[in-house]
Write a protein that binds this ligand. Structure first.
Ligand SMILES: Cc1ncc(C[n+]2csc(CCOP(=O)(O)OP(=O)(O)O)c2C)c(N)n1
Ligand SMILES: [Mg+2]
Length: 671
């Protein structure tokens, strides 16, 4: 539909959509950076979506039953900022729009969930928002089944661009949503045929409609500028029993001289271009000026859901008090009071029975105790359920006929799984955890980084955490992955040594409301190292003295996970020769770093030779070996300097020199 007929036939719609376009042009011009074309192209679809379909109340952005809106094409952030400003979100006064992309502004370059309540998820890395949306839609299905449709019953809408659909993660998202018939998920594709380098055709000829349909989606098409056609397509998509994709044929940078070109993708800052575009739009108001009637129309849209929300509040208030409390607790991300006692009982049993157990199996034992106590957990694995030990008996399997199921078979889709878990965590009411091999952290990595940035407390159950996995060989043996995970801000990496430490690590992971956790767990059996019960969670200290020197202390051995056993053996060998050695278990470096200096000094006093033992690369250990009053030349590392190999685990440990004997030899050379 051309601009002249749009203006003539739908003047009210046109003005509302134009307000988005104008705010976008003005904000990008003021910032002298940003992306003008996408919001200009999708303004019509967004106007219809928000004006006619989205159920929400702009004054209550955290209302649990709101429809969710996700801008996967996050570079078009001015679309979401314009909408929120126009609808009267108190966090988005005009000053925020004028400060687009400036220090301290909510209107960051890309939408950040932690900067504004109404922003559901952080987007910008293309495709992530789409895969998050799958998690939001799964959470909705699970919670609707659990709480009933009177409490949870909403849609998840996501705008994707050509870029989102080219990213591999989109295929994983499409596959998961199609299989699970996530009919409340509606994707609007900004089908403008343009990316940064030029036309989409330069690099792709995929039939997107056929691709979605092939995975069990319903697909619809519309002129992305015709409000009647857009409305009809959304109505049809909502009626579908499958996830739905609407291909909205649009013009990037509509109405400007950059329309339909890759120039329109970025920042349109040229004064003449902007003035000419205003003329084409028939918009004769100054920068950032929105006529009162247009603003009022948008504010009415923002308030449209207020009655629906009030009715929901009344239904919620009619629930039995215990249910209300559970719901509120689960949406707040708080753990139940019983969690600590549950973990403590498990630790006590573990100390009594001293099982020789792989920490992945220990993790399963913890989950078997925790899942019944925390109905909000939703587990899963990327096709390694039996290896990751992520499924416990009570969970039930999530699928279209069992929406109450709490276990998800994600398929071989690590990236899609991680991004969907982010979506579930951000939706609220769900505590997601999911597993794969530690080595395939790489495949989940973009979403793991976003868990950290967004403060989504997802738990990554990463098993087979070293050469200790043995025969599968170096493609499967992580060596650099602990370092990569530890290098990521706001991420806790736990590498527990036995069942007690695993239980403590899980407790901390679940108690966290804003930090994701990576549990690095062994494939191979490990002996119990914690032999006396402590009510206190020692892993919460990050590192602690597991066994102290008897002879005068000359050595401190630090280790994590499967290598704690080696450190203990090396200590005994050293002590037998009269060399006093302390063993420090360091299951979580981030938590140790967070302790006060006095505690850290107590665990790692100056004056001893320090050796760290970990079946991975050294990177990350220097702070504890050298940085905190350690001494160069009086420290050493027993671990990996290259890739592993294929052989039984014991042979690998011997060949790569990760043994008590090698540790003893290294210590002696340093003394
Ligand atoms: C994972 C990732 N790779 C690259 C980019 C950089 N980037 C931002 S937008 C864009 C082009 C996207 O094209 P499209 O989705 O069609 O957006 P449009 O040009 O239509 O606005 C690229 C490559 C990114 N944000 N994320
Ligand atoms: Mg495009």
């Amino acid at each position: 539909m051309d601009i002249a007929s749009l203006r003539a036939q739908h003047p009210d719609h046109w003005n509302k959509a134009c307000a988005i376009r104008i705010l976008t042009l003005d904000a990008v011009a003021a910032a002298n950076s940003g992306h003008s074309g996408m919001p200009m192209g999708m303004a019509d679809a967004a106007t219809v979506l928000f004006g006619k379909h989205m159920t929400f109340d702009v004054s209550a952005p955290h209302w649990p039953n709101r429809d969710r809106f996700i801008l996967s094409a996050g570079h078009g952030s001015m679309l979401i900022y314009s909408l929120l400003h126009l609808m009267g979100d108190v966090e988005f006064p005009i000053g925020e729009i004028k400060n687009f992309r400036q220090w301290g502004a909510r209107t960051a370059g890309h939408p950040e969930n932690f900067l504004a309540k109404a922003i559901e998820t952080t987007t910008g890395p293309l495709g992530q928002g789409f895969a998050n949306a799958v998690g939001f839609a799964m959470a909705e299905e699970i919670l609707r089944a659990r709480w009933g449709a009177r409490i949870i019953d909403h849609h998840t809408y996501v705008i994707v661009g050509d870029g989102c659909l080219m990213e591999g993660v989109s295929q994983e998202a499409i596959g998961i949503a199609g299989r699970h018939e996530l009919s409340r998920l509606i994707v609007l594709w900004d089908n403008n045929g343009i990316t940064i380098d030029g036309k989409v055709a330069l690099s792709d000829r995929t039939d997107q409609m056929a691709r979605f349909a092939a995975s069990g989606w319903d697909v619809f098409e519309c002129d992305g500028h015709d409000p009647v056609a857009i409305d009809a397509a959304i109505i049809a998509a909502k009626a579908s029993q499958k996830p739905a994709m609407i291909a909205c044929k649009t013009h990037i940078a509509l109405g400007s001289s950059a329309q339909d070109t890759s120039k329109g993708h970025g920042a349109l800052t040229d004064a003449k271009l902007i003035a000419d575009t205003r003329a084409v739009y028939g918009w004769d108001h100054g920068p950032f000026i929105i006529p009162a009637d247009v603003k009022a129309a948008w504010e009415a849209i923002g308030a449209r859901g207020a009655d629906t929300r009030a009715a929901w509040e009344a239904r919620f208030a009619a629930l039995p008090e215990g249910k209300q409390a559970d719901f509120t607790r689960q949406f707040a991300g708080d753990t139940p009071a019983r969690l600590t006692a549950t973990i403590r009982a498990l630790k006590k049993d573990a100390v009594d029975s001293q099982p020789k157990l792989a920490t992945r199996a220990a993790s399963e034992k913890v989950l078997a105790a925790v899942n019944p106590v925390m109905q909000e957990t939703v587990g899963g694995s990327a096709d390694l359920t039996g290896s990751n030990n992520t499924k416990t008996a009570d969970l039930g399997v999530f699928d279209p006929i069992n929406r109450k199921g709490r276990y998800v078979y994600y398929g071989i889709r690590e990236h899609g799984m991680a991004a969907a878990m982010n979506g579930m965590a951000l939706h609220g009411g769900i505590r997601p955890y999911g597993g794969t091999f530690m080595c395939f952290t790489d495949y989940a990595r973009p979403a793991m980084r976003l868990s950290a940035l967004m403060g989504a407390p997802v738990v990554y159950v990463m098993t087979h955490d070293s050469i200790g996995l043995g025969e599968d060989g170096p493609t499967h043996q992580p060596v650099e992955h602990l370092a990569i995970s530890r290098a990521t801000p706001n991420t806790r990496v736990f590498r527990p040594a036995d069942l007690v430490e695993t239980a403590e690590a899980w407790e901390l992971a679940l108690l966290s409301k804003t930090t994701p956790s990576v549990l690095a767990l062994s494939r191979q059996n490990l002996p119990a190292v914690r032999k006396t019960h402590t009510a206190r969670n020692l892993v919460s200290l990050g590192a602690y003295v597991l066994k102290d020197a008897v002879a005068k202390r000359r050595v401190i051995l630090m280790a994590t996970g499967s290598e704690v056993e080696i450190a203990l053996k090396a200590r005994d060998l050293l002590e037998a020769e009269g060399i006093g050695a302390r063993v420090v278990s360091m299951p979580c470096m981030e938590l140790f770093a967070a302790q006060d200096a006095a505690y850290r000094r107590k665990v790692l006093p100056a004056g001893s030779v320090r050796v760290a033992i970990e079946a991975g690369v050294r990177m990350g250990w220097d702070r504890w070996l050298l940085g905190e009053r350690g001494r160069e030349g009086k420290e050493g590392f027993i671990g990996m300097t290259g890739f592993g190999a294929s052989a039984p685990a014991d042979r690998l440990y011997a060949e790569f020199g990760i043994t008590a004997e090698a540790t003893m030899a290294l210590v002696k050379s340093l003394l």
